[in-house]
Design a protein around this ligand. Structure first.
Ligand SMILES: [Fe+2]
Length: 477
């Protein structure tokens, strides 16, 4: 379903809502103003990806997730920083721009005709995350194949199936397992039987299809997590009413059906023997994002943000309109999976509304102590975007909460390890932040050992950039 621009309700919108307008200030790398002092050892490029155009022609998209992708890059050179920002140019984004109207169905938007809904293909909005692999950088969206970006000036190089291996879908959440020197990912392949396609991307070498497993119907899976031996999926009890979508009776987002009686399916895939996947049912809950997982005493420990239902989808859609009436209710949890007994036991770690948990990448798939995440600061703050960065000590439960400024809103914080560092939290947190009063975006650099001290530096764009979902770090060579 598409909406017409004039249908947006008229009321005084909060200051952060300006970050949900179309981004048009495209440029290659330019010197950025640095406030404070950048760490000399922080060298590399941060690449963030998110939706940056929220409609085409006179039509506005139906959901934040439909936005055409764009990339923001900040290159740190040991004292200064350069930044680039560009929309991403996929064939389907370009076709709609040239037509001046919606042509493809997307998450919250329907294609204009039955023929297009049946045979028109999927849009590659390239709007969710960035992946570094084999010295290359890709923008990802879970409904399509990767789109390669140039690190020279951030222009789009083109879509790729990674040598004929991946497709039709490649999720926006690949996970690297440090001990295996490989990344893993999946794609949900919607056909008569809905399949979970599994992929392995060795640090060096060719991408490989590991196999495909049947899923229990038209489900949506956004993320998974990997230990050094297993891939873990939580399949929420949500089903897409596909026929209604094809008939044009609402978009995918309009046609999710929450069916708690089905429970959440826990799917655990042994990396070395994917055909021996284990499945069992747990109580109904939803997960967008995982933090980390590891194996301990024959059990799997999984950190994730848990929701009681799928109300968060409405919260996400409402942010695009500048108001939120639905409390998404995401809380950090730690689950313990007993594979022999087929049980999941989950405990809430914090009562703070949060999202985007992540550990140091050096311990991805192994036991970690710290997680970093974005959160809401106060009782009513959930009505807007996240406004705090939090460091959680999973051993003591201690939370270090950092607010970057009045009406400053943050995207997912990313932990960058200090080269040669030894302590788990020896490194920096990079957080794309929107300063709503000045309508400009900066990247905050925090010392991850002492985030409560506030940013050691802020790297300022001279313009705003819409909120991004996820990103990647490309270390300087
Ligand atoms: Fe995500």
């Amino acid at each position: 379903m598409t909406r017409v621009a004039t249908a947006v309700p008229s009321f005084e919108k909060p200051s952060w809502s300006k970050a949900y307008r179309d981004f048009t200030h495209e440029h290659g790398f330019q010197t950025l103003r640095v406030e404070g002092r950048l760490p000399e050892a922080l060298r590399g490029t941060l690449v963030r990806v998110g939706p940056v155009a929220f409609g085409v022609g006179e039509q506005r998209y139906g959901h934040w997730f439909d936005g055409d992708g764009g990339a923001l890059a900040v290159r740190f050179d040991g004292g200064g920083a350069q930044g680039a920002a560009r929309p991403i140019d996929t064939p389907s984004i370009r076709a709609e721009r040239e037509a001046g109207k919606v042509l493809y169905s997307n998450y919250g938007t329907s294609a204009p005709s039955l023929w297009r809904r049946l045979f028109g293909g999927a849009k590659n909005a390239a709007n969710t995350s960035a992946m570094t692999w084999n010295g290359r950088v890709f923008a990802l969206v879970e409904s399509a194949i990767p789109t390669e970006l140039s690190l020279e000036d951030l222009h789009t190089l083109g879509e790729t199936d990674l040598g004929g291996t991946v497709g039709p879908a490649f999720s926006a959440h690949p996970h690297r397992v440090a001990s295996r020197r490989a990344s893993y990912n999946f794609g949900v392949n919607y056909g008569r039987v809905v399949l979970l396609d599994l992929y392995e991307l060795p640090d060096t070498g060719l991408a490989r299809r590991m196999g495909s497993l049947p899923l229990p119907g038209p489900v949506m899976i956004h993320d998974f997590i990997a230990t050094d031996r297993h891939l873990v999926f939580f399949v929420s009890p949500m089903r897409i009413r596909i026929f209604r979508v094809l008939l044009g009776l609402g978009s995918i987002s309009d046609n999710f059906e929450w069916r708690p009686e089905l429970g959440t399916e826990v799917l655990v895939v042994p990396i070395d023997e994917p055909t021996k996947a284990m499945r069992f049912q747990a109580e109904p809950f939803h997960t967008w994002h995982f933090g980390n997982a590891f194996e301990q005493d024959g059990r799997l420990v999984v950190d994730y943000v848990r929701y009681p239902d799928f109300g968060s989808n409405k919260w996400l859609a409402e942010l695009l309109n500048g108001w939120a009436s639905t409390d998404a209710q995401g809380r950090l949890h730690r689950a313990t999976l007993n594979l022999k007994a087929g049980t999941l036991r989950s405990e809430q770690v914090s009562d703070r509304r949060c999202e985007f948990p992540g550990p140091t990448p050096l311990l991805a798939g192994a036991r970690h102590r710290y997680l970093y995440l974005a959160a809401h600061s106060g009782a009513e703050a959930w009505r807007g975007p996240h406004d705090t960065v939090v460091k959680v000590d999973m051993e003591t439960g201690r939370e270090t909460v950092v607010t970057l400024g009045r009406e400053h809103y943050t995207a997912e914080p990313m932990f960058i390890p200090r080269p040669g560092g030894s302590a788990e939290d020896d490194g920096w947190l990079l957080a794309q932040t929107y300063d709503a009063p000045s309508d400009r975006t900066y990247v905050a650099v925090l010392d991850a050992k002492t985030p409560e001290a506030g940013p050691v530096a802020r790297v300022w764009m001279d313009h705003f950039f819409p909120f991004t979902f996820h990103g990647t770090w490309v270390p300087a060579t």
